[in-house]
Structures are given as C-alpha cells and as structure tokens.
Design a protein around this ligand. Structure first.
Ligand code: SPV
Ligand code: MG
Length: 432
C-alpha cells in the first residue's frame, strides 16, 4: 500500500475537498497533514474552527486513514518526516501565492523519490472565497471576544490598527498585502480615545462618555468580525469600571486597556502630560481586581497600561508597577512612552520578558515608529497597536480637497483625489 499525503486547512469542508480525499484514498493509505492554527495564522486569517475541531471533522471523512499536524505553512518539513510515496494536491496551486509552495514540494518529492499527483480543482469551490462568504455572514460577540486570546496563542505578533468609524473598520477587516512570506493583514482594531474624541471635535480628556463611545463602536461591530481592543482611559472609579467591563464584554470587545493615571487625564503624547499624576499602585491594583471580578467570562482581558515613562518616571518604576498589576490579575501590560529613541520601551520589554514569558506586552510605536514589527517582537512585545493613523490619514486628505474646491471654485480639480462614486457604492458589502 502506498503512503499518500494531503495537506489541508479544512476550515470549510466542501465537495471539492471530498473529491481530493476520495482521489487520494484511491492511490493508497491517505494521511492528512492538517495545518495547525499557528501555521494558518502565519499566512492568513485564523480559522473559524480550532485545530481539534477541524481534526475531529477530518478524521471522520471516509478515505482518511490518519490525521497528523502540519506545523508549518510549507509542506517540506512534514514530507521529510513522513516520507510519503505520493503527495496529492488540487491543480489550483500552479498560479498565484501557492506556486512557490508547489515548487518546494516538487523538489522535495524528487529528493525523496516520490511522486506529485495533481488533480483538477473542482470549480465553484474556492476555500478563500467561501471563507469570505462566511465572514460576510458575521460573527457573534462571544466568538469575536475569544479571538484575541486565540490569536495570542498562535501568533508571535498581533497587529492592531485604529478604527474610528465603520468605514475605517471595513478597511482593517478586508485589507491584505501579499508578501514573500505570505499574506499580511491586520488582526484586529483599536478603539482609541484620542481618535474617537478628535472625530467629535473634542479634546482627549475622557470628554466623550462611554455611552457615546459605544454608539460609535456599534458601527464598527456591525460591519466587521475581527477582535477589538478598547481604550478605557483611566477606567474611572472602580465602581464605574465594573460596569465598563461588563458592557464591553457583553458587546464582544476582547480587551480593555486602562492607564494608571488619576485626575483629569490628558493624552499621553501631549507636551504637558509629564505633569500627569499617577495612581498609587494600591488603588490601581484595586481597580484591576474589581474589574477582573466583574467579568462574566474567562475570555475578556484587562490590560494594565503603564504611564510611568510618560509621567517622567523611570523603567524601574514601570517594572515595579507592572509586576504589581499582573499580581492583581492584569492579563497583559501596555508600556507607553513618547521618547523617540524607543530605548526605554526596549529596556522595559526585555526586562519584563525575562521574568514573564507569556504575559502579553502591548506597545504603541507612534513616536518610535522607526522600528519594525519584527524588531519590536525581538524586544518581547507581542501586540502592536498603530493607534491613530487612520484618522491622521483622513484629515489631511479631506483638508486638501476642501482647500482645492475653494481655490478653483469647482470640484473638477479634486477628481483624482476622490474615490469614484461607483467605487464607493461597491465598497459597502451588500450594495447593489
Ligand atoms: C489613544 O489612542 O487614545 C491612546 C494612545 O490612548 S496615545 O494617544 O498614544 O496615548
Ligand atoms: Mg487614549
């Protein structure tokens, strides 16, 4: 009996997959190399079903003899490990992003003395198109909320971009860039107090109440499925924070970040913010532990934001506080600074990571944006928030158009700066 290998994600089972399995089983004993969540997440969206759930489905398909994990996006490590006589694949990998994978498979199978069998791909069933349809159906608060924890388990770095409207949320939901190592996309959205209040023409001083922030968030929730991290400012008094936690959790927000400031909070990047008063460790720990007690599920996350470096204190102070906040129940820490060199952030991340291997570290590289995600990850950070760029990008674009209409006394000159009406109508899913 020949050994046949078939790699798959199997998030959505459709007749095209059943056809490959049936053909594979005709050739010999069929082993399915099921891509793990982290192998998939390194190249595309996290699968809707986790590995164990997908395994359970595939194991029960007629023709499958065995299911083994494929830990890597590339087939090569598993081909070398299991040494199949035949690998089977749909012929859809000849073009596009999978063609490099195909090349590597041919090379490896030649080295192993095995054979590659390609079968015509069943038309009408394209997994990524089906996944798109699934995401257009939507999500539930519970599924969305859990996604951040799932991502943290399988992805080394999580990439979050600020959304301040349904439209900006849609861009984050859908944008993809094909790079050498796979498709890059954003993992989720940041609901920023700075951009939310700026949108309303108000200062970032907790001037926009939670109810209003949630109304805006609803617009994002309604047209997206990716996880959301909410900027909770100081969280207010512990008695208020309890309600904030419950409300966010009920709405399917994955995490709230609260900062250890007291009094009138000002935006951390303002020149005068150094005068900001920090909470005592005890009072902030109390707020965190009250919030943790208030949440209904175990999935919601409360992340403690350290403002020591903003308030003119040193890395030692931030570390001392970070440890206390983690002991009080914080699920992660965010370290913030407006120092351009990034050296203080680097020191914090490295020292914190030495002691805490798995507690998420969130960074917001607005002023030290010369560092790449890979570099920030090397320091120890694993959630990277681009905190205000969508709003900062839209304002100059709108300003320029308004200015040019005034200058030219008509709108012809701004044509190239504006999206065609047809395109804007097609932008919104469901628009006919
Ligand atoms: C926000 O986006 O509102 C933040 C991050 O809190 S920062 O503006 O950098 O303080
Ligand atoms: Mg803020």
């Amino acid at each position: 009996m020949k050994k046949v290998y078939l790699g798959m994600t199997a998030d959505i089972i459709h007749p095209g997959i059943i056809n490959i399995i049936t053909e594979g089983a005709k050739l010999g004993e069929l082993t399915v190399g099921l891509l793990t969540d982290s192998a998939i997440a390194s190249h595309k969206r996290l699968p809707h079903l986790d590995y164990e759930q997908r395994k359970q489905v595939v194991e029960n398909i007629k023709g499958v003899s065995e299911v083994v994990p494929q830990e890597d996006w590339s087939y090569v490590p598993n081909l070398k490990k299991y040494k199949p006589d035949i690998i089977i694949h749909g012929d859809d990998w000849k073009i596009g992003a999978l063609s490099k994978i195909r090349e590597d498979v041919y090379k490896t199978m030649e080295e192993l003395g095995g054979e590659v069998v390609e079968i015509p791909y069943t038309k009408g069933f394209e997994s990524s198109a089906l996944a798109e349809q699934v995401s257009s159906i939507g999500t539930t608060p519970e599924i969305r909320m859990k996604t951040l924890r799932r991502l943290l388990q399988v992805k080394p770095v999580i990439r979050i971009l600020e959304a301040h409207s349904g439209l900006s949320g849609l861009i984050i939901e859908n944008i993809e860039v094909q790079k050498d190592d796979g498709i890059h996309s954003f993992d989720g959205m940041w609901s920023s107090s700075l951009t939310d209040s700026t949108c309303k023409g108000k200062p970032d001083i907790e001037a926009v109440d939670l109810t209003t922030r949630l109304q805006d968030l609803t617009n994002i929730l309604e047209c997206t499925t990716k996880p959301i991290i909410f900027d909770g400012d100081t969280g207010g008094k512990p008695e208020h924070f309890i309600f904030t936690v419950r409300t966010l959790e009920r709405n399917g927000v994955s995490a709230v970040i609260v900062e250890d400031k007291v009094g009138l909070k000002k935006n951390s990047l303002f020149g005068t913010a150094a005068k900001q008063e920090l909470a005592t460790i005890e009072e902030f720990c109390h707020k965190i532990s009250e919030g943790k007690k208030a949440q209904v599920t175990k999935d919601f996350m409360i992340i403690a934001r350290l403002e020591s470096l903003i308030a003119g204190k040193d890395v030692d102070d931030a570390l001392m506080r970070a440890k206390a906040y983690v002991s009080a129940g914080a699920d992660g820490v965010m370290i913030h600074s407006k120092e351009k060199t990034g050296l203080d952030i680097k020191e914090f991340c490295q020292r914190f990571r030495m002691e805490y291997k798995n507690i998420p570290i969130v960074v917001v590289p607005t002023t030290y944006n010369q560092f790449t995600e890979t570099e920030l990850h090397q320091w120890g950070a694993n959630i990277i928030i681009y905190a205000n760029h969508m709003l900062r990008a839209s304002y100059p674009a709108m300003y320029k158009v308004a200015q040019m209409i005034l200058e030219n006394e008509r709108s012809l000159e701004v044509n190239d700066l504006c999206m065609p009406i047809k395109q804007i109508l097609e932008l919104i899913p469901g628009t006919k």
